[in-house]
Design a protein around this ligand. Structure first.
Ligand SMILES: Nc1ncnc2c1ncn2[C@@H]1O[C@H](COP(=O)(O)OP(=O)(O)O)[C@@H](O)[C@H]1O
Ligand SMILES: [Mg+2]
Length: 351
């Protein structure tokens, strides 16, 4: 495949997962706004109020808020049997308002179309995941409409995001941990791809780490059915640093290789402590130092070559399937150890 020509350049800041990094997610709804007859509308910047603790929601009891993002609030809840669940509520800050004590959000005049469009995407997230049952993919138990919005009920997982984990464990990451953990990510991703879905927003903040270090893929808000991708169009949502070049413009088809770029970026970020240079910048002026060059003394050539292969700008030069990548990660040939690997085997990290 020939090299990629550069599409419209999107301004952004390099996203770091360490400290104040700015993640920019652009939902399809915004893209459609700028392309359709709608006039771009004001974006609210308020923080919406969460449902109160104790709130009864279709047989689930809300315990407390776990997280709030630009598009949703995630709660810890319990089902009627007392089983813990995570409940994600669609509540885009930019087009709904919910004041204190209010349950159903107010959708200001002129925002209904955008709200409905986002709601449909959110519903898709639920639909996409209900058929999947894999230990490395968040388990969706239920999704439904209520209070004028949509809820996604998931199995509650105790753990932390890979982003937070990496923040706490800056510096050298043990290679066997990285191989094992990313092999789990790829196990889950293989299942996702096998069901015809692409995740499209893999990044350390969307990889959940259980206490036993097994990963769970979270947040399928950007997921799409591979076969529904259709003709090129500006891509719906991306995170600079982790998004593949083809997510910035429509010249190349999205495919498993798009998620594989993001997995490579996560592996790179795990070593670097920050996201790699964003793909659209790389297309203009590629400053990304290959992993082999940067960490040749500390990690095996096999691991570093695998990372570099995933981060190739040309989609067809990357590993094409999660399973192929997993095999390459798991194969450590004799003599394939980094010069200083005995150091890392001294148990610098207890996991
Ligand atoms: N199944 C779950 N179990 C436990 N916590 C969860 C679960 N799903 C989401 N969370 C919490 O909510 C946060 C945001 O979830 P995510 O799906 O990534 O939504 P967002 O669209 O806001 O990024 C996670 O980082 C985590 O703290
Ligand atoms: Mg997320």
């Amino acid at each position: 495949m020939r090299g990629i020509s550069v599409g419209a350049r999107t301004p952004h800041s390099k996203q770091l997962f360490t400290g104040g990094g700015r993640t920019r997610k652009i939902k399809a709804v915004y893209q459609s706004l700028t392309q359709s007859h709608h006039k771009p509308t004001t974006v609210f910047s308020q923080n919406n109020h969460a449902l109160p603790p104790g709130f009864e929601l279709e047989g689930y009891r809300i315990e407390r808020q776990l997280s709030v993002g630009g598009f949703s609030i995630v709660y810890l809840g319990h089902d009627t049997e007392g089983q813990a669940v995570a409940i994600k509520e669609y509540l885009p800050n930019s087009h709904v308002l919910r004041g204190e004590g209010q349950i159903a959000p107010t959708i200001p005049v002129g925002f209904q179309t955008e709200f409905n469009h986002g709601l449909k995407l959110f519903f898709e997230e639920g639909r996409a995941l209900t058929g999947l049952d894999h230990r490395n993919v968040v388990r969706v138990l239920n999704f439904f409409r209520a209070n004028g919005t949509v809820y996604l009920v998931m199995r509650y997982e105790v753990g932390q995001t890979l982003r937070d984990f990496l923040r706490k464990h800056r510096g050298h990451q043990d290679e066997s941990f990285l191989r094992g953990m990313f092999s789990g990510v790829l196990d889950g991703l293989g299942e996702v791809h096998g069901s015809g879905l692409l995740h499209l927003d893999i990044k350390p903040a969307n990889i959940w780490l259980r206490a036993d270090n097994s990963p769970v893929l979270l947040d399928f808000g950007a997921a799409r059915y591979a076969m529904d991708i259709g003709p090129p169009e500006p891509r719906a949502m991306y995170t600079p640093g982790y998004a593949a070049p083809e997510q910035y413009h429509g010249k190349f088809t999205l495919g498993p290789w798009t998620d594989i770029y993001a997995v490579g970026a996560c592996m790179y970020a795990a070593l670097a402590g920050s996201a790699p240079q964003a793909a659209d910048e790389r297309l203009q002026d590629d400053q990304l130092l290959p992993a082999r060059q940067r960490w040749g003394k500390n990690y095996s050539p096999r691991l570093l070559a695998t990372i570099d292969d995933c981060l190739r700008l040309e989609p067809m030069r990357r590993p094409q399937h999660a399973r192929a990548l997993q095999a390459s990660l798991n194969t450590g040939k004799a003599g394939d150890q980094p010069p200083g690997s005995w150091l890392s085997r001294l148990g610098l990290r207890g996991w």
